[in-house]
Design a protein around this ligand. Structure first.
Ligand SMILES: [Zn+2]
Length: 307
């Protein structure tokens, strides 16, 4: 190790995590390469992945296929999404590997009430001591750990484990969750589930060029998935809800888009620099893909009922 490297390392340790000298603001490409290398061909929701900085004080600490983000501040952190129960040890290890303490997480928030996104919520809340903020429909599922029988995927996912947890706060539209200087704003984007929630926040880094900030848009899953015998055409209120969500997402100013499954928005390719990190039409395209999928499901159902 050179004297200069030793000096930089000593200064970083002195300043603490997140305050390294002239830290680059953008994604950590080397760390993202480690994710894609470790995750090649792995599709299980619980498959561990190493952590990587996404932007500024926002870090990817999730699994190979489920996004979990840590948003940090010297006065406390927020965790977005919590993956499966089996994934909890790797999420906690990732947080520690980045130099942060799980006990400094003040709030855990989520995307939607399916096991791959909230299965680990109870264990993470226990391990960190963090409070939990949920939409009312998500809180109802988490209170019992039982999937909503009205869920379009009910018969496929009803037996997957969701450990019950009581919400400390029920969110209202536009609610802001705070930890120190962090402000994460909730918006309800129902369709894929009734309690689907999206989030946005400013993420900043101190760089050699000054403070650099971008808005992170964590937009929930909007895929219209149905398990037998569910048919969207039997539920016009769900279809209408989806369409309102698509319109709201398409109209958003989407800076850096993150989705609960990274592959739904090519997150790792963008973090690697193989595609722009924040194309301006990202939310519009994401909403269009969701609309196309719903329309295809409705067309398929119509064709089947004509048989
Ligand atoms: Zn889901």
């Amino acid at each position: 190790m050179s004297a200069r490297t030793r000096l930089i390392l000593a200064a970083c340790v002195a300043l603490g995590p997140g305050l390294a000298i002239a830290a680059p603001a953008g994604p950590d490409r080397a760390a993202t390469s480690a994710i894609t290398e470790q995750c090649a061909g792995k599709e299980d929701f619980s498959e561990p992945a190493p952590p990587a900085r996404l932007y500024g004080n926002t870090y990817y600490v999730g699994t190979c296929t489920v996004s979990v983000l840590l948003v940090t501040s010297p006065q406390g952190h927020v965790l977005v999404n919590s993956a499966t129960e089996k994934a909890v040890p790797s999420i906690l290890a990732n947080i520690r590997a980045l130099g942060f303490k799980p006990e400094d997480i003040h709030w855990i928030v989520s995307s939607h009430e399916h096991f791959d996104h909230v299965g680990g919520l109870a264990a993470l809340a226990r391990a960190t001591g963090a409070k939990v903020a949920l939409s009312a429909p998500a809180a109802a599922v988490l209170a019992t750990g039982k999937v909503d029988p009205a869920d379009s995927q009910y018969t496929d996912i009803k037996d997957f484990p969701i450990a019950p947890v009581k919400a400390d706060r029920i969110l209202t539209p536009g609610a802001v969750v705070q930890a120190g200087p962090l402000r994460l704003r909730a918006s309800f984007t129902p369709g894929h589930t009734t309690g689907g929630t999206s989030w946005s926040w400013q993420s900043c880094a101190i760089t050699r060029f000054g403070t650099r900030c971008r808005t992170i848009s964590y937009i929930d899953s909007i895929s219209a998935l149905a398990a037998q015998p569910y048919r969207f055409s039997d539920h016009p209120e769900v279809v209408a809800r989806f369409r309102r969500t698509f319109a709201a997402i398409a109209a958003r100013r989407c800076d850096v888009l993150v989705t609960p499954h990274p592959s739904a928005s090519n997150l790792f390719e963008r973090m690697l620099g193989e595609a722009p990190l924040g194309p301006k039409d990202a939310c519009k395209r994401y909403a269009a893909a969701g609309r196309k999928r719903l329309n295809a499901s409705l067309a398929k159902e119509a064709a089947e009922s004509r048989k």
